[in-house]
Design a protein around this ligand. Structure first.
Ligand code: UT7
Length: 387
């Protein structure tokens, strides 16, 4: 029996703190007028105290699991698409796995810049269709604000923080992810990158003094790449799914610049209303932008059961990705009884208690081993005593 990977749950999270264009004009030489007309952005969300890529991922994931009516122990794989992980190692996906109490899940991060979420969707759907997994959680989450140079007006006005997540599940009903396209061109690696902090230029006082740990971008070159690749990848993914552009009710593109969205709509010969945009409220949230946009499009009632969607992204790498999807979920989602919400809440409390207990036990264990080792006679003395 053929299997199809359907999106059965979705959720988003954006930090409470909002930074307006006027706020930015107090920080760098810019204006609300420049930012609005050149990008379409009016506000963006910025993480508050204690918020990280992992904490935002967990919030978005909990919302998605709730919609899908899936419990964390049903998840078999967690993919977190991010370029702003909590740590260089371990992966943010492992932190999310722990917070959710997703005991049966494998977990890894996926770094494909702003295309990351759509990359993750492709990977997850292939694993589901091939029968490897039944339930996969795909998250796109970013704290770009921690990598932005807040005195560089060419980048700091563009980005925002947030997270979006979907639950993908195997079904025998045709639909879900119909096709996907993944692409890369590493010759453009330095058009959008963080020069230091990796193995090529490890962090040092010098790299920090030179600001090499901040995001650098050749905006014009990325713009040219984007307006070329978005329509190309969209056409290709439709062709692979046996759909025409007219079959697509809504395009959910990576939210980087309204001018890119408009140019792509023109190139595809579709009205701009079919190119969803929520850029004005979020700015560019990198890998989080497509899943956040998906959630907002659903909440706005723009996606009905049976509709065909194209999600398309581009970004650092350079990378690009597109997925054609046939939507199969109703909206609004039927309400869950109060006791289910209570059970979920209890499960998450239990997961954090379990995590805390494991840490404490590991701490005890290593203290115990250390004191045992200290109380043993040194190895040489032992050998002498045995002679
Ligand atoms: O997720 C993928 C990541 N990135 C992208 O998708 C970014 C793609 N690129 C873009 O969206 C656009 O290239 C930008 C929004 C970054 C820049 O827009 P642009 O129309 O390409 O502007 P520009 O770089 O050609 O700069 C035009 C002028 C320059 O001044 P001069 O040289 O003409 O005097 C810039 O210095 O605008 C100036 N400028 C600004 N002025 C006020 C650049 N940034 C700002 C700013 N405020 N924030």
């Amino acid at each position: 029996m053929k299997r199809y990977a359907h999106i059965t749950g979705w959720g988003k999270y954006a930090p409470e703190k909002i930074l307006t264009n006027d706020d930015l004009s107090q920080m760098v030489d810019t204006s609300d007028e420049w930012i609005r007309t050149r990008t379409g952005i009016k506000t963006r969300h910025i993480v508050g105290e204690g918020e990280t890529t992992a904490t935002m991922s967990v919030r978005a994931a909990q919302a998605a699991l709730d919609v899908a009516n899936v419990t964390p122990d049903q998840i078999e794989l967690i993919i977190v698409a991010t370029s702003s992980p909590d740590y260089l190692t371990p992966s943010t996906a492992c932190l999310v796995q722990n917070s959710l109490g997703a005991m049966r899940a494998g977990a890894f991060d996926l770094a494909a810049g702003c295309s990351g979420f759509v990359y993750g969707l492709g990977v997850a759907s292939a694993l589901i269709e091939s029968g490897v997994y039944d339930t996969v959680l795909v998250i796109g989450a970013e704290t770009v604000s921690n990598f932005v140079n807040w005195s560089d007006r060419e980048t700091c006005v563009l980005f925002g923080d947030g997270a979006g997540a979907v639950v993908l599940q195997a079904k025998e009903v045709p639909g879900g992810v119909l096709s996907f396209v993944l692409g890369a061109d590493g010759s453009g690696a330095e058009l959008l990158y963080v020069p230091a902090g990796g193995t090529r230029q490890p962090t040092s006082a010098e790299t920090v003094a030179q600001g090499l740990h901040f995001l650098r971008m050749n905006g014009r070159a990325v713009f040219r790449f984007a307006v070329n690749i978005m329509p190309r990848a969209s056409r290709q993914v439709c062709e692979q799914a046996g759909l025409s552009l007219d079959d697509i009710e809504l395009f959910i593109p990576h939210q980087a610049n309204d001018r890119i969205l408009q140019a792509s709509a023109r190139a595809l010969n579709i009205p701009t209303e079919r190119m969803f945009s929520n850029l004005e409220h979020y700015g560019n949230t990198s890998a989080a932008s497509v899943p956040i946009a998906l959630c907002e499009a659903i909440e706005a009632g723009l996606i009905k059961r049976g509709d065909h969607l194209v999600m398309v992204g581009f970004g650092a790498g350079l990378t690009w990705a597109a997925a054609a999807i046939q939507w199969s979920m109703p909206w609004p989602v039927p309400g869950r009884p109060w006791w289910r919400k209570l059970l979920r809440w209890l499960y998450y409390r239990w997961a954090s208690l379990r995590s805390w207990t494991l840490r404490v036990l590991r701490g005890f264990d290593s203290t115990l081993r250390q004191s045992e080792e200290e109380s043993q006679p040194p190895k040489q003395e032992k050998e002498d005593a045995m002679k």
